[in-house]
Structure formats: structure tokens, C-alpha cells
Design a protein. Structure first.
Length: 474
């Protein structure tokens, strides 16, 4: 409607009803007639959004509405367009029914909540694939921060209201604050007669760089839609954790209009195997690489400023953490095998072979801690974090309760105590998680407390050693 200069209220209402396990979405746009309902809800896999005809819409593949309804359960669509009332239903088995159109009455306008003589659509989904609706707070956070909805949530011409009968909230998205580090227009994409506009900001703190509600990453968008957020090959690089921005390439829409499936058919981002996606990725990475290299150099410079004695103490603690990991996991697997043998013996239905096969059902997963890093780039909202892919324990030196000790060189004893406690917490939490999984238990907290009470003093002792730590570790 905005592209065709038509006026609309620009308002969307999302209502939750936990008693009926339903979700309702109401808009005040152009409405749907019988033909639109048949194409959008009654058919599958054909282009119905209007994109193929050059309309400025967000949809691709004729998917979205019916996919959402069937993915959650069943639903109904009620709409008023140009004074006529239309209604259809889609059942879990895919059966589609539409009623004959009729003149909209005053009660229809009141029932749908649409102003008299205006148009709009109400979609109600009965959710049977999920036992109960997530919390109001979950809906509020997810809708407000979802990558694909960023432009809607930031638009001043739209107002999205979420309610559950007891409370309501106006949803919006506020991007992180940061300084502009790169802004280029019409960057050529090698191999194609296409260009992109790239804008990159750097926040003063690390951002969330994963998931569909991430606040970091580069939004990849075309004229009509946001497709994904990514840092490409820098996604898991801690030196790129503060970056966010946008790359706009309208050529994506042109490829889609020609039938090239550059966007994944599940609408979860660009197809990584498409040649254009590879070319776009390479072009963006070339622009990001100098920024990431600069941050890497700054981080290495910061690491060099750390005292040699503290780094040596951390190496001793790392050695002790791995020694404890091996010991705890070894004892855990021995205990589990003994329990399995006793269980089989009591049931009088197992053999020696059965006992060994039972123990193999819960395999031994070794934990290897490869480093302890004091990082100013680590998210300060999380004081300590274990990066499983790299095996690095990251301590956020900008977290308020950590930074206050680093700023005061006279409190070395207190700093070492804090670091020892943080290392102990993350080491024994990781071990408790795996020990509980191997034992088929959900009580991670109890195992964590038990391990920490029994072994934490060893990590404290390794960090607090009175001798010069640099003489202990080569």
C-alpha cells in the first residue's frame, strides 16, 4: 500500500490467548478478497505475493502465511475489502475451506476491530503443535528483535502492539549505539553487473553475534526485505564481536525475479551455494578484513601489557583445570560402568557383553581447556564464558566487578582471588554438565556444587601460589 501511495493506518496488532492457545494478528491494510485467499492460503508453492509482477512486497515463493499456519496447527482468515466480508479456514491436514463473500455488516467491523468503511485482515492461528504459548516477555523480545522484522520495528510509519488480555506493549527495535567505521556506496561485486552499499558501525561493547535476534552482524537486505544477519567468515571471531551494520544489494531482487533461487526456499537467508552469494560474501569480507585486523592488533597489544607473572599463573591454572577434568571424567565413567553392571546383574537379564554395551550408550566426552584469555572484547554482561569451539575460557575485563580490580594494581591478591573464582565456576560448570549428561541426570546444579566444593581450592591454590609463577611453567 505504501508503494502504491495508498493510505493505511500502519498499525498491526498481535494478540495472545493462552486459555485457547491461539495467536491473532490484525492489520489495517488493503484486505483480502476471495481470489487472494484462494491463492495465498488455498494453494502452495506458487508465486502469489506479487513479487514476480514487480510489486514492492516482502514475500517470495508464495510462502509465509500458509506455511506459518500449518507449521503451528490450524487457522482462519477473516478480511474486509472494499466493503465486502471474506473468510476462509485452513485445517491441520491441509484441507482448505472458503465461505462465499457477502456485504460487510456493522457487526463485522466491530467484531474484527476495523474502523467502519475501512479495510483490514484478521488471522487467527490455533496452535496445536506446541502445548502452550511462550511467555508474553518471550514474544515481546523475539518480535522486537527478530532480524527479518527490523525495518518494520524501526519504522515511524508503523505501530505494532502486542497484548495478551491483561497487558499490552508497543513493540520497537533500538539498534546498538556505535561509531561509524565504514561507509561505501556502489561497491562492485566481481563477476556481476551489480553493486552494493555497505555501512559498518563499531559498538563500545561486544554484541550478540548468533541467533535470529542477534544485535550484531551485518544485515543483508535488498529493496523489499531483510534476508539475514551475518559477519560471514568473521562470525565467530572475537575481534569482530563489536561490529554491526547493513549491506544493501537490490540485485538480489532482480535475480529472484528471473527465477534464480539466491534466497533459500525456507526464507532463512541467502543460499550459501549460489554463485552470487559467494561473490557478495567475498566482496563484503574484503571490506571487513582491515577492520578486524586492526582490532586483532589492538587485542594483541593489550595482551602484551598483561604482566608475565599473571599470564604464567593462568597457565598453571589451565594445567590444573585439565588435570581435574581428566580425573573427574575418568571417575565419572568408572562409576557409570559400575552402576550399569549392577543394574544388569539385579535384573538377571544381561551378560558381560550387555554390560559393556550399556556403558557405551553414555560415552565419555573429554573436556580440554586450551587457554584462559583476559579480554576487553568479551561481553561485559557475562563475566566469564567458555567458547567450546576453540576451548578458550574468556574473562571479560570490562565487566564492572572485574574491571575495578584491574584498575587498581595494589589489589593483586584480590584480583587473583576473583580470577580463580571465575575460572573455577566455568570449569566445574562445564564438567558438571557433561557428567550429568553421561549419568542421564538433569541435576546439573547439584553436581556443580559438589565438584566445586571438592576441587575449587586446587585451582585457587594454583593461581595464588606464593612463588614466582613464571618459574613453574616453561
Amino acid at each position: 500500500m505504501g508503494a502504491s501511495k495508498e493510505t493505511s493506518f500502519g498499525r498491526l496488532s498481535v494478540s495472545l490467548d493462552k486459555s485457547k492457545n491461539t495467536m491473532t494478528v490484525l492489520d489495517f491494510a488493503e484486505g483480502m478478497d476471495a481470489q487472494t485467499m484462494d491463492e495465498s492460503v488455498g494453494t502452495y508453492g506458487s508465486e502469489t505475493s506479487g513479487f514476480a509482477n514487480g510489486c514492492s512486497v516482502r514475500g517470495f515463493y508464495g510462502r509465509g502465511l500458509k506455511e506459518a499456519i500449518l507449521g503451528l496447527g490450524s487457522g482462519s482468515v477473516q478480511s474486509i475489502k472494499q466493503g465486502h466480508y471474506h473468510e476462509c479456514a485452513l485445517y491441520e491436514n491441509g484441507f482448505y475451506v472458503r465461505k462465499e463473500r457477502r456485504r460487510a455488516s456493522l457487526l463485522d467491523y466491530i467484531d474484527l476491530g476495523i474502523p467502519y468503511a475501512k479495510s483490514g485482515t484478521r488471522i487467527t492461528i490455533t496452535i496445536s503443535k506446541i502445548k502452550r504459548l511462550p511467555s508474553f516477555r518471550w514474544f515481546s523480545y523475539t518480535l522486537s528483535n527478530h532480524i527479518a522484522l527490523r525495518d518494520i520495528m524501526q519504522s515511524r510509519q508503523r505501530r505494532i502492539v502486542l497484548s495478551d488480555g491483561t497487558k499490552s506493549e508497543i513493540l520497537s527495535y533500538r539498534p546498538p549505539r556505535g561509531r561509524l567505521v565504514l561507509q561505501k556506496a556502489r561497491i562492485s561485486i566481481p563477476g556481476y553487473e551489480a553493486s552494493m552499499d555497505l555501512t559498518v558501525y563499531m559498538c563500545d561493547r561486544p554484541l550478540i553475534q548468533e541467533g535470529y535476534t542477534r544485535d550484531g552482524g551485518i544485515l543483508v537486505r535488498s529493496r523489499n526485505a531483510i534476508h539475514e544477519a551475518t559477519l560471514f567468515r568473521f562470525d565467530y571471531n572475537s575481534c569482530a564481536s563489536r561490529l554491526f551494520g547493513e549491506v544493501r544489494c537490490d540485485y538480489i531482487d532482480e535475480l529472484m525475479s528471473r527465477g534464480e533461487l539466491v534466497v533459500g526456499d525456507k526464507r532463512d537467508g541467502l543460499d550459501p551455494h549460489h554463485p552470487f552469494t559467494k561473490a557478495l560474501r567475498k566482496a563484503v569480507e574484503c571490506e571487513l578484513e582491515p577492520i578486524v585486523e586492526h582490532e586483532t592488533a589492538a587485542l594483541e597489544s593489550e595482551a602484551n601489557l598483561q604482566g608475565e607473572d599473571l599470564k604464567a599463573r593462568l597457565n598453571v591454572a589451565l594445567y590444573e583445570a585439565n588435570r581435574l577434568a581428566f580425573r573427574i571424567m575418568r571417575d565419572s565413567i568408572r562409576y557409570q560402568r559400575s552402576s550399569d553392571r549392577n543394574l544388569l546383574s539385579s535384573r538377571k537379564q544381561g551378560t558381560k557383553t550387555d554390560a559393556s554395551s550399556t556403558s557405551r550408550e553414555r560415552p565419555y566426552f573429554p573436556v580440554v581447556f586450551k587457554g584462559i584469555r583476559l579480554s576487553s572484547l568479551q561481553d561485559p554482561r557475562l563475566r566469564v564464558y567458555f567458547d567450546r569451539p576453540t576451548g578458550i575460557i574468556n574473562i571479560a575485563t570490562k565487566a564492572p566487578s572485574v574491571a575495578m580490580y584491574f584498575c587498581n594494581p595494589h589489589e593483586k591478591k584480590e584480583l587473583l582471588t576473583l580470577v580463580a573464582e571465575l575460572v573455577s565456576d566455568i570449569v566445574f560448570f562445564e564438567l558438571a554438565t557433561i557428567v550429568s549428561d553421561n549419568a542421564g541426570s538433569d541435576d546439573v546444579a547439584q553436581v556443580f556444587n559438589s565438584l566445586k566444593n571438592r576441587y575449587a581450592h586446587l585451582i585457587h591454590k594454583s593461581i595464588q601460589c606464593e612463588t614466582d609463577a613464571s618459574t613453574i611453567v616453561q
